[in-house]
Design a protein. Structure first.
Length: 262
């Protein structure tokens, strides 16, 4: 039996709802073989992040190299990258290999407010990683950091998407889940060829949304690995995350996880 392979370069969530754990569970659900390179270990549960322990840069590089030297990786995703050093090392390492579709989830801050990306590392992400991205998946607060804009209206979202494309990403999906709209979850896609569309699903009222961003980006990566076009992969990932939020799990005492086997 053959199977498509995907790689996630991200942080570990001991609580199992976000990070590497969410990515691997999502890949499995999509029938894609998941490989991983850990960038940081977090001591975490549904209440929040209690500690962050970065992996030494050599260890991150060695993991990515071990995977890329052996597997034909069809799509790669980055999540929590934590530091400038890790971002720079991954960007230059990926350039050594034939191009692989790259999904960047620009993870910055956990729901509880803990930093998953050092502030000084934002510049390295903009200069070194975004230019090699196939697609980047910011939520509104992350898009505000990347563009320096205050994003409120639909026009703001479109303008911010253009700025992010000008940083060098081939495409961007602006996730609307942080907007104060209780009726619908509206995401905006735009790419460097001028294609754009909005995807809307009904708002799901739940506090159990831990790992939503990771799961969405992992699903997108999985569908790309399976050979879907970028716009089809985005649409499938949107349906996947909608189902995962609708079926989210009431486990733990804080924000429960979205359901990866939805
Ligand atoms: N922990 C890790 C390792 C992550 O990669 C992420 C998300 O990107 C989070 C925590 C944050 O998850 P949430 O904000 O959905 O709770």
């Amino acid at each position: 039996m053959t199977v498509k392979v995907a790689l996630t370069i991200a942080g570990s969530d001991s609580g199992g709802g976000a990070g590497i754990q969410a990515d691997l569970k999502t890949f499995q659900e999509l029938g894609v073989f998941g490989t991983s390179a850990l960038t940081a270990i977090t001591a975490q549960n549904t209440q929040g992040v209690h500690g962050v322990y970065p992996v030494p840069v050599e260890g991150v590089v060695a993991q990515v190299r071990a995977v890329l030297d052996d597997f034909e990786v069809k799509a790669c995703k980055t999540g929590m990258l934590f530091s400038t050093e890790i971002i720079m090392a991954i960007a230059s390492l990926l350039e050594e290999y034939p191009p692989i579709p790259l999904v960047i989830d620009p993870v910055m801050i956990a729901k509880g407010g803990q930093s998953l990306l050092l502030q000084e590392a934002v510049q390295a992400m903009k200069e070194n990683l975004i230019p090699i991205a196939t697609i980047i998946t910011p939520n509104i607060p992350e898009a505000e950091v990347l563009t320096g804009m205050k994003i409120v209206t639909d026009e703001d979202i479109q303008e911010a998407a253009q700025i992010i494309i000008e940083l060098g990403a081939r495409a961007v999906i602006m996730k609307g889940g942080h907007r104060n709209d209780v009726l619908e979850a509206k995401d905006y896609y735009a790419d460097c060829e001028g294609q754009s569309f909005t995807m809307t699903t009904p708002w799901v009222q739940t506090k159990d949304t831990h790992g939503t961003g990771c799961t969405f980006a992992a699903a997108l990566t999985g569908f790309i690995a399976k050979g879907y076009s970028l716009s089809d992969a985005v649409a499938e990932a949107k349906q996947f995350i909608q189902a995962a939020i609708e079926d989210s799990l009431r486990i733990g005492s804080g924000h429960g996880p979205t359901n990866h086997w939805a």
